[in-house]
Design a protein around this ligand. Sequence first.
Ligand code: GUN
Ligand code: FE
Length: 434
Amino acid sequence: TVKAIRGALLDIQQVVTNPEQLEDSLRYVSDGLLIIDQGKVAWHGRWEDGKDMLPEGLRICDYRGKLVVPGFVDTHIHYPQMEIIGAYGEQLLEWLNTYVFPTEQKYGNKRYASEMSGLFVNELLKNGTTTAMVFCSVHPESVDALFEECDRRNMRMIAGKVMMDRNAPDALLDTPESSYQDSRRLLKKWHKRNRLLYAITPRFAPTSSPEQLEKAMALREEFPDAYVQTHLSENLNEIEWVKSLYPEHDCYLDVYNHYRLTGERSVYAHCVHLTDQEWKVMEETGSSVAFCPTSNMYLGSGLFNYRRAADNGVRVGMATDVGAGTSFNMFETLNEAYKVVQLQKEKLPAIEGFYRATLGGAHSLYLDDCIGNFNVGKEADFVVLDPVATQVQQLRWDNSKALDEKLFVLMTLGDDRNIYRTYVDGRLVYSSTR
Ligand code: GUN
Ligand code: FE
């Protein structure tokens, strides 16, 4: 079970508290060697320094001319929404009613959910994403289907059953008690089984009664090492709605905070319209943000204040938010993120984008001790990139000198054509036919 990978290796050496430190943390080995043993990184360094350690007769995976990077981390995505990407013409609340809720009803059928889970995981791997934090539907069957699929490939994945007991079609509603029992059973079945992790998943405040959020709180107290994922402050009408449903709370985040759903391993998607007071709570509680640029542009939600979050030490990960997001691909997501930051007259350097998509994303999911870079002992999830998959990329690549310039070419022009191979747990799980 020993594997040797030869190629240019690029990763971020360590978690940074200030993005300015990233320059010194970028690690590039132009002719590198990665030795994988039992799904973990056993050695990382220069080919010259490591080649004599390799066992006699071991076949080398030779990726010279390619770029080997850690697997991408998508910190927020909905697998039942894969089939409604690009649904036309609505903003959040209308989009949920018109497209999302009718579609998610199909995921009570286990066979259908299994079939879609297979397509979904294939699509992640085809885009170099090896870890994701995933919303299933309200149906327990949808959760079993996804976890079974991920377990087969031994992926590091986080997912959970949507808890939702109001403001949606009857067929999609659970109750405080049933959501508690179902989530608890799924959590006990899947959390920490192999590399899988469970997230307590109240959809968002408008679709949960106070009684249901109390049940979510009870689960979190009973299983303090489980995750929490939900949506926060995405759209102005949504925020007004939360005010009317929870008038006794001063702000949207206060609803979740009151039910002790903030804190480590709590991941909030969007956070587009947070107030200063809410940002303070994010900072103080160690809660994480999933930045969803393609989704926020697509639904016209607004511009995420990336620099406010990143420069104040809030954990930020990149997220596609498919199906409101329009791409599974992390390069395309970074490309849009760059534009969102530009529109606020700020910058998103390529190294920082690369960090958010790998080690920074892992950090936001409290997984930086096991994934995100090539440190010895890390789990061997990685991607072999073809940095020049198109003619235009080739021209831009040849015209770029510094490494961060080349990375920026990938970030602006890259897509799934640049994903040459994907490895999970040290094993090849996707190979491009190009
Ligand atoms: N808010 C509540 N549910 C959803 C969802 O499915 N997608 C997005 N983008 N926002 C939400
Ligand atoms: Fe979402």
